[in-house]
Write a protein that binds this ligand. Structure first.
Ligand SMILES: Cc1cc2nc3c(=O)[nH]c(=O)nc-3n(C[C@H](O)[C@H](O)[C@H](O)COP(=O)(O)OP(=O)(O)OC[C@H]3O[C@@H](n4cnc5c(N)ncnc54)[C@H](O)[C@@H]3O)c2cc1C
Length: 321
C-alpha cells in the first residue's frame, strides 16, 4: 500500500529545507522487528534548526512522530500516516564536559555513549552497553538495565516541540518513571547531558564486557525483536507471568514468544506486524486468565493496520472466531 505523496506540498512550503524527505519510505528496513508498512513521509533533518523550520512550516493537521533506532517499536502493516522524523548525522556528536559529564546528540547509540564514557574515565553509564537504542529513545523510554536507569544519570535534555520551539528540560521536567517520560508525546529530543563519576577506563570496559556477555547469554539479541514486550507489573516480572500462563514458545503466524526469554516476541518466519501484535494480545489475554494481571505494552505500536483489520485486544477476538 502507499499514501498520497506529500513531497510537492513540502517543497512548496519549505524552500529552505536542507534535510532529506522521502515519500512512502519502508520502515521495516530501519526497525528491529523488520515488519510493517511505509511512512507517508520520512524526514531526516540536517540539524536542529532544520527540524524546527520543518515543524513550523508543516500544516498542523499532518501528524508527526519521531523514531530512533527502532528497537522498541512495532510499525503496523498499513504504515504511518503523516511524517516520521528520523534524526541523522546532525545529531550524532558526543562531547566530554567538565565534572565527569557527557553531552550527546539524540541519535547517538546507547552503546556508543557507554564507550565514550569509558574512554573518558566516566563511570556510571556502562549499563547503556546493553540497550540497543539511541539517546533519544532512552530519554523517551527512561531506558534502564542492570539496576540503573536513565533518570539516575540525566542532567538535562533538549527538545523541539510541534511548533518548532526549543526547550531545555532539567531532569525534574522530564518526569521520568519506569519506562515512561512525562514530556508531551510530540516533542522531539535533540540532545542530552549525562552525569557520571570518576572511574578507571579499564574497569569500566570490563564492566561493559560483563553487560554484553550477560545479554548474549540471556536475551535473543540477534533476533528480529522489540526487546521486552510488556512492562513488569509492580512487584512481579512480566516473563514469569508469561511463563506461568504457558506462553513460552507460543506462535501466531510468523511470530513467536522467544524460548530464551519469554517477554521477548520474535519474528522468525516472515511475520506481519499483525502476527506480532496478535501474539502479544494473546499472551496478555492468557496472563490475565491465569494470574488476573493485565500486562501493559512496553513496545510502542505505531501506525495503522491493513485496511479493515482490527488492532489491540480486538485481534484476539478476531482470532478466536
Ligand atoms: C534485544 C533488545 C534488548 C533491549 N534491552 C533493553 C533494556 O535492557 N532496557 C531498556 O530500557 N530497553 C531495552 N530494549 C528496548 C529499547 O532498546 C529501548 O527502549 C530504547 O531506549 C529504544 O530506543 P530507540 O532509539 O530504538 O527508540 P525507538 O524504538 O525508535 O522508539 C521508542 C520510543 O522512543 C521515541 N523516540 C525515539 N527517539 C526519540 C527522540 N529523539 N525524541 C523523542 N522521542 C523519541 C519514539 O517515538 C518511541 O516512542 C531492548 C530492545 C532490544 C531489541
Amino acid at each position: 500500500m502507499s499514501f498520497p505523496d506529500l513531497l510537492p506540498e513540502i517543497a512548496t512550503r519549505m524552500p529552505q529545507l536542507r534535510g532529506r524527505v522521502i515519500a512512502n519510505a519502508m520502515l521495516a528496513d530501519i526497525t528491529w522487528f523488520r515488519v510493517g508498512g511505509p511512512a507517508q513521509v520520512l524526514f531526516t533533518p540536517a540539524d536542529e534548526a532544520d527540524l524546527a523550520y520543518f515543524l513550523v512550516q508543516l500544516p498542523r493537521e499532518i501528524p508527526v512522530v519521531v523514531i530512533g533506532l527502532g528497537s522498541n517499536l512495532l510499525v503496523r502493516d498499513g504504515g504511518v500516516p503523516g511524517v516520521v522524523v528520523r534524526l541523522g548525522r546532525g545529531f550524532s556528536r558526543v562531547e566530554v564536559e567538565p565534572g565527569h559529564r557527557l553531552r550527546a546528540g539524540a541519535v547517538v547509540p546507547d552503546a556508543k555513549l557507554a564507550r565514550a564514557a569509558a574512554d573518558a574515565g566516566i563511570a556510571g553509564l556502562a549499563f547503556y552497553r546493553g540497550v540497543p537504542g539511541s539517546v533519544g529513545g532512552a530519554l523517551r523510554m527512561n531506558a534502564g538495565a542492570h539496576g540503573r536507569e536513565t533518570r539516575e544519570v540525566l542532567v538535562e535534555a533538549r527538545a523541539v516541540d510541534r511548533d518548532g520551539n526549543i526547550h531545555m528540560l532539567p531532569l525534574e521536567a522530564m518526569q521520568l518513571t519506569y519506562r515512561h517520560c512525562g514530556v508531551p508525546d510530540d516533542w522531539i529530543f535533540t540532545e542530552a547531558l549525562f552525569q557520571g563519576s570518576p572511574g578507571e577506563p579499564a574497569a569500566i570496559l570490563e564492566q561493559m564486557e560483563e553487560v554484553a556477555e550477560y545479554r548474549e547469554a540471556n536475551q535473543p539479541i540477534r533476533e528480529r525483536t522489540g526487546g521486552s514486550t510488556f512492562k513488569n507489573p509492580p512487584g512481579s516480572s512480566a516473563w514469569k507471568l508469561i511463563d506461568q500462563a504457558g506462553c513460552r514458545g507460543l506462535r501466531v503466524g510468523g511470530a513467536k514468544v522467544s524460548d530464551m526469554h519469554c517477554n521477548f516476541l520474535i519474528n522468525d518466519r516472515n511475520a506481519t506486524a499483525e502476527d506480532v501484535e496478535r501474539l502479544g494480545e494473546t499472551v496478555r489475554a492468557r496472563v490475565r486468565e491465569t494470574s488476573g494481571v493485565t500486562l501493559q505494552w512496553e513496545i510502542i505500536r505505531l501506525g495503522l493496520p491493513k485496511a479493515g483489520r482490527p488492532t489491540g485486544e480486538a485481534l484476539v477476538e478476531a482470532f478466536a472466531q
